[in-house]
Design a protein around this ligand. Structure first.
Ligand code: ZN
Length: 311
């Protein structure tokens, strides 16, 4: 087992209306809901996980839909853009699909020699569909409208916007094993070769940028992937050695986690591959039933009554 960070594990963002979020990601974007559960610290709020068929780390986007929470602002100290890999030749399909569905979509453009299409989800979260330079052979989740010629393959990259990047870059390179591989203006691209995909972190350095505010339409944290709990705890030591605070190991039912705030202000998580999303329901049924952590099972009736309806 590699004692390494294996790229991105999941990204978690904040939404407002649960049904709007669910319909957008499963229908318009064509992701699979791989887990429908609740916020473990706030069980009257959902926690949705969207990914590929199995919810493979590196494909998982998760949301807390906090109805009525005000809109956040995107700025420094945040993860500011999520990049999904899509097949070559699919950007026109997506541009048309977004326009038909009244999605706010930007202009097709190019960065680091890769074509991409930026858009916003219903809460204003920034996402780009990117055609990666190197082939991405991950197995996709298909829907009747979105087949393998167009379907998203999982994450390509995450962009962090920071006032100053040096300390964060040092964590990526010295602890996480990433290398600075490219630069375009104030965008610095870091990548790890420990894994084929979801291996890129871009830092956008904006010394005069306004700090972001975490609420609806912003990213909450970025989780990096490790193979198992032993490696997770090795990284805990490394972060403590940098004089950064980090949580103890937390059981998230589908993975084990540590959280720490990196020096640029972004909340980072480290999360394990084990046990995965099939721990409490079979692969064929992922995301179909409300799954509760065992401490809330006794309150299931009340929780089901207060959670928003999705159909
Ligand atoms: Zn997380």
């Amino acid at each position: 087992m590699k004692n390494q960070i294996l790229g991105l594990h999941h990204i978690t963002a904040i939404a407002n209306n649960a049904k709007i979020n669910h319909d957008f990601y499963t229908k318009v974007l064509g992701l699979r809901m791989v887990k429908k559960t609740v916020n473990f610290d706030d069980p009257e709020t959902y926690h949705f996980y969207y990914g590929n068929e199995q919810g493979t780390p590196g494909t998982i986007l998760t949301f807390f839909p906090w109805e009525g929470m005000g809109k956040g602002s995107i700025g420094t100290g945040q993860a500011t853009e999520i990049g999904y890999a899509v097949p070559e030749g699919s950007l026109e399909f997506w541009e048309n699909r977004f326009k038909e569905n009244n999605v706010i979509v930007g202009e097709k453009s190019e960065r680091f020699g890769e074509h991409f299409l930026p858009f916003q989800d219903p809460d204003g979260l920034n996402i780009s569909l990117i055609v990666p330079k190197k082939p991405d052979n991950r197995i996709v989740w298909e829907t009747p409208e979105i087949t393998k010629d167009t379907a998203t393959k999982g994450f390509h990259n995450i962009t962090l916007t920071l006032k100053s990047m040096d300390k964060t870059a040092k964590i990526l390179t010295d602890i996480f094993g990433y290398d600075l591989v490219s630069q375009e203006g104030n965008r610095f691209r870091f990548a790890t070769n420990a894994i084929e995909n979801a291996s890129i972190v871009d830092i956008l350095e904006e010394p005069n940028g306004k700090p972001g505010y975490n609420a609806t339409g912003t990213n909450h944290h970025v989780a990096f992937r490790v193979a198992n709990e032993e490696i997770l705890m090795n990284f805990r030591e490394k972060i403590l050695n940098e004089d950064l605070g980090i949580t103890p190991k937390i059981n998230r039912d589908y993975f084990f986690s540590l959280y720490f705030r990196e020096p640029g202000g972004v909340l980072f998580e480290l999360a394990t591959d084990n046990p995965g999303f099939t721990v409490d329901e079979p692969l064929s049924e992922l995301g179909q039933n409300l799954k509760l952590p065992k401490q809330y099972e006794a309150s299931r009736e009340r929780i089901e009554r207060v959670l928003p309806k999705l159909d």
